[in-house]
Design a protein. Sequence first.
Length: 287
Amino acid sequence: MFDIISPFTDYAFMRKALVSCMLLSLGSAPLGVLLMLRRMSLMGEAMSHAVLPGVAVGFVVAGLSVPAMSLGGLVAGVIVAVLVGLVTRHTSLKEDANLASFYLIALALGVILISLKGNTIDLMHLLFGSVLAIDNTALNLVAGVVATTVTVLALAYRPLIIEAFDPIFLQSLGRRNSVYHLLFLILVVLNLVAGFQTMGTLMTVGLMMLPAAAARFWAQRFLSMASVAVGIGILSSIGGLLFSYFINVPSGPAIILVAGGMYILSLLFGRWGSIRARYFPFKHLQS
């Protein structure tokens, strides 16, 4: 019988990893729900790659410095988001094609920049993260980003929801929907940048989108979905860290794998829209 408490009570690095992942779940999961409701789920994946060149520049200039890499990632993510918007607006190419093009360019550029100065270990660290090696600087960064995200979501909750479903109505109220769209993208980039230190640039989007997708099978309102998504993210973090500790596998992929398992369970047995709900509804819900 595994003792699931002792890894967190005996080792400080496990506690820091758990706190960082729980904080990331609190900030990223509601944004993942908004991305899903906007039908922009793949944008999270694209933006997670878009921050890599900035992270790489920070690494080349200052080494494994969390502030430098985070600032570089934020700048790169915002630049890519703006470029995608401009190209989509002024050409006939659709947004999804532009996202795919820019994120592939960004991913390739980031890998080359890291390879020029670093080694394979540095590249793997930046691509897949090292949640068990998170330090106080990275933890403070995550806490600051999450506090900012929760505050902005609380203050701009209604405009962000309206802009997701009916941007024309929001514009009729005298508010520029482009401002809220850009604000939302900045929040997404901030959370991806905060997560790269723990989950890596390739994995951090998993903690944003998988809990959100799973929550869609358990709730229908935004606040309910966001709450369920946060809960699933926290449970995935705990389960993934324990799985990593006892089975001796990388922590980041273990967390994402557990989140993926919870998504599959939700897909099969969730309350709304799942396989169970569609083909085996409860008798009292049948007409």
